[in-house]
Design a protein around this ligand. Structure first.
Ligand SMILES: Nc1ncnc2c1ncn2[C@@H]1O[C@H](COP(=O)(O)OP(=O)(O)O)[C@@H](O)[C@H]1O
Ligand SMILES: [Mg+2]
Length: 252
């Protein structure tokens, strides 16, 4: 469904992606983990066509995203839903208007039909009677859920998540994780979730890939990643500052 082949990209004089190969099967949820600045967001931006690779290709259902015309890109993006770190709701619009916007712009649905879809998606994420409230009236957790509802408003076949739990406490994080599991199970979308939150990755992912120094250095099921023999993978998933300092701690 999504094929990333030999993706290379330099930004600001630094080679951020040094040849990334990833294949995400239809209906699969792949988590991409890696430290801050590893290039996770840059990777997602290539999938949606916001950035163009220096080398390599990204194929979505066999269609090259970087080589697509504006019209083709528009068609490809119709199938995408995105949840960015900040949820990115427009602050001057109500929650209902925020969700209705993509439907008004991209569909011919009637006002009534739009209202019905908006309320349904909000209910999917367990938000009730918030249509007329402003984003600033919502708690952080509610805001994330509204962002999730908006990502799903156009029945996407592919959903991209960028750090869906950043800024949330562990309880709210697992609530979002559980919602992602439920919605993924029900809607069967293909998904890439970029995160440095290991408990989220273990919770939601079919497979986990670790991005490090511009390359995928490990990929497998959550169980395979947990038992990975790679020092770098182990260091990251256990949240160790470095192998050396961890060893010196053990020797004390
Ligand atoms: N538009 C840009 N111009 C220059 N450097 C960038 C740009 N976007 C990202 N970078 C750099 O690329 C690296 C990876 O960034 P990013 O993908 O945002 O990391 P993360 O894994 O935390 O999401 C960082 O060093 C960042 O500073
Ligand atoms: Mg990022």
């Amino acid at each position: 469904m999504i094929d990333i082949v030999g993706l290379k990209k330099s930004l600001g004089g630094k080679e951020v992606l040094k040849g990334v190969d990833l294949r995400i099967d239809s209906g699969e949820l792949l988590a991409v983990i890696g430290g801050s600045g590893a290039g996770k967001t840059v990777l997602l931006k290539h999938v949606i066509g916001f950035l163009k690779p220096d080398r390599g290709d990204i194929l979505v259902n066999g269609v090259s995203v970087p080589r697509a015309s504006q019209k083709e890109l528009y068609e490809i993006r119709k199938d995408f839903g995105m949840l960015f770190q900040t949820a990115a709701l427009l602050q001057s619009l109500t929650i209902g208007e925020n969700l209705a916007l993509p439907l008004k712009e991209h569909t011919k649905l009637s006002r009534q039909e739009i209202d019905r879809v908006v309320t349904e998606r909000l209910n999917w994420v367990k938000l009730f009677n918030v249509e007329n409230r402003l984003p600033s009236d919502l708690s952080v957790g509610m805001m994330k859920r509204a962002g999730l509802a908006r990502a799903l408003v156009r029945d996407p076949k592919i959903v991209l998540f960028d750090e869906p739990t950043t800024g949330l406490d562990p309880v709210l994080s697992s609530t979002i994780g559980q919602l992602i599991i439920d919605l993924h199970g029900r809607l069967k979308f293909t998904s890439i979730a970029v995160t440095h939150d290991m408990s989220l990755a273990y919770m939601i992912a079919d497979r986990i890939a670790m991005l490090h120094h511009g390359r995928i250095i490990g990929i497998g099921t959550p169980e395979e990643i947990k038992t990975s023999k790679s020092q770098v993978v182990q260091q990251f998933i256990r949240g160790m500052p470095s192998i050396q300092s961890a060893e010196s701690l053990l020797q004390r």
